[in-house]
Design a protein. Structure first.
Length: 323
């Protein structure tokens, strides 16, 4: 692993491997100034708010039932928070409720009948409900062995906690033009992602991707379908990610390698993509993610092939480890 003062890419030439190496090195250099821990109370408040948001995404109905359903995820955070963290988390929610206009039922009685406008108050009340329910369970001895208070508190549900590591896999559909000939096909890719985050909102991530596809160039009705050209497309990318609670937006760009069965010489290219995604509540040690994206590739001409322009779209699913 690279250190803050280590030499990047020793012995590497000007190659695809060097580009990947330099991208990772830049990310880890920026990680030397990773985010400062959250102030007391805000970490636990963030976790409980994420649990509420996850319950709301599937439809929050009866408070008592939803709170009971979320108790395991609540305790996973609450049991690791000391008394001071718990008290200050309550202050965070009380301030949020005050800012939202006070108790939702009081606002309703006073004539505010748009649930959409009551959402901030409902979110704060539901978070306070989880906190109270979790504290009662903790007093009954519900916290299992190993779930002990930490100081300082480390967020459990935060996908942007200082450093992010993850794996993804997914499927894609491609359309491309080479020498005026239209091609189309599909494939998939596996990805490793890693890098620092800033202020629990932004992430700058190195992405190492290995993917492939099958491309067809014959679409005549009634004619036999040709054997598809097999493509291999490794890439090294930099991704800028913006987190909004459970949701995120991202843009990425970087070097692309291109190999085909018809032209086996490695060709260089540029890959750029943008997309959206969602991060769910932690399952075991990881946070599941699901994203959708659209991208564009520009691939240089080969010894016997012309420049390729291709667009693609698809979905990625994977897991994150936030440290």
């Amino acid at each position: 692993m690279y250190g803050c003062n280590s030499d990047p890419c020793p012995g590497a030439g000007f190659s695809f491997e060097r580009q990947a190496c330099l991208a990772i090195f830049l990310v880890f250099q920026l990680g030397c100034a990773a985010a400062i821990p959250l102030p007391s109370g805000q970490g636990l408040a963030y976790d409980l708010d994420r649990v509420v948001e996850a319950q709301e995404q599937t439809g929050w109905s009866i408070d008592e039932l939803e709170t009971k359903e979320a108790l395991k995820d609540t305790l996973q955070s609450l049991c690791r928070a000391n008394a001071q963290e718990q008290q200050r988390a309550r202050v965070v929610f009380d301030k949020a409720l005050l800012k939202a206009g006070g108790p939702s039922r009081l606002q309703w009685r006073n004539g505010q009948r748009e649930i959409r406008l009551l959402s901030p108050a409902l979110r704060a009340e539901r978070s306070l409900g989880l906190l109270d329910s979790g504290l009662l369970a903790q007093k009954r001895g519900a916290c299992p062995l190993g779930w002990e208070a930490q100081s300082p508190y480390q967020t459990i549900q935060d996908p942007m906690a200082r450093w992010m590591f993850g794996i993804q896999t997914g499927g894609r559909a491609y359309a491309q033009v080479e020498s005026g000939v239209l091609g189309a096909g599909g494939g998939g890719a596996g990805r490793l992602i890693m890098g620092p985050t800033f202020n629990r909102r932004w992430g700058l991530l190195a992405v190492l991707e290995f993917g492939g596809a099958g491309r067809f160039e014959s679409f005549d009705l009634g004619q036999p379908i040709d054997v598809p050209d097999l493509l291999v497309m490794p890439a090294a990318l930099l991704q800028l990610r913006r987190q909004f609670g459970s949701y995120y937006l991202f843009m990425e760009s970087g070097a692309l390698g291109f190999l085909s069965k018809e032209d086996p010489d490695l060709r260089a290219g540029l890959r750029s993509a943008a997309g959206v995604g969602i991060t769910r509540i932690k399952v075991g040690p990881v946070l599941p993610t699901l994203g959708a994206f659209i991208g564009y590739d520009r691939i240089a001409a080969g010894t016997s092939s012309a420049v390729i322009d291709q667009v693609y779209t698809g979905v990625n699913a994977g897991f994150l480890w936030g440290l």
